[in-house]
Design a protein around this ligand. Sequence first.
Ligand SMILES: [Zn+2]
Length: 372
Amino acid sequence: MDPQTVFCHNPACPARGQVGKGNIRIHSQKERRYICDVCKKTFAETKGTPFYRLHKAQDLFVLVVTLLAYGCPMQAIVAAFQLDERTVVRWQQRSGEHCEKVHQHLVEQPRDLGQVQGDEIRVKIQGAIVWMAMAIQVGPRLWLGGSVSTCRDTTLITCLMQKVRACALCRPLLLCADGCAAYVKAARAVFREPLHFGQKGRPFLRPWDNLNVAQVVKHYVRKRVVGVERRLVQGSMAQVQTLVAETQGGGTINTAYIERLNATFRARLAALVRRGRALARQTTTLHQAMYLVGTVYNFCTYHHSLRVAIHLPLNRRRWVSRTPAIAAGITDHLWTVEELLSFQVPLPCWTPPKRRGRPSKATKALMAQWCS
Ligand SMILES: [Zn+2]
């Protein structure tokens, strides 16, 4: 147990979420609990992770979640480990919610995206058809998030574009998608910056200058592709060619990278298997399972095409494998699933509760100490 690496989880504590400030001590080695000197509350070592208040062994939980993240059907896990099906469903939910928080904290940070590809998967759930929209940053093959909805409409695509926007810096950006017209409308609506003139009301929203939107439309005859039409809906062709060359090393506008990622998700998410029997019942289950698979893909799996060669003397070379998160500069090593599940997402800094009048001296002192 290391008190220097944990933080207080009490939402009312001025020191919440602050690591290495010396306010945490070990409360009990036996019960594995810490204590915060500021609020005098104790908390378990596993607080803020899916292991919190777990009744089964932690190793079993990690094993089951790893199997779920690589597409093992739930019934196989139930039979192999003699667990109740509801327990496995709950573990998938807990780990999915945790992975979504990790994704929001580490991946949804502004970065130069270069080229982003988006696509939707048609998913059969019990008694309905839903759509799962996802996006990938082509350079480091980083999964940028996804959304699930019952309709393949502007709301779904806008939700996806907002996730891409959360990861994007205002730099030259190429968005590639299929012929779904909602992408163009959603991209124009989401990629805008407010211009403040000091006037009342909603500020004027200015569209991004270097946003390029391209569509790849495939024409089919009897379920076979007979032609591919590439359209540049917004932006300049010269900038698009530069971005394509930088991110994929040549070639033309395409959606091959997101289609390959869709195939990975279909293989690793039992509910997405075509003509399968392991259907999901609710869209929330699908959403949580998608975040579990996506985060394990980003952090815990080496990507074959991301490996780099290190040239050694005598014309020899050594290959170094990388995960999408390493390639994007988010981390420097391959995470284990246990490491991913034990990662504690820091809480936002404390803000004093709203009261009428000026803050007291005591509140000011707390703000000076903990809100800097
Ligand atoms: Zn505290």
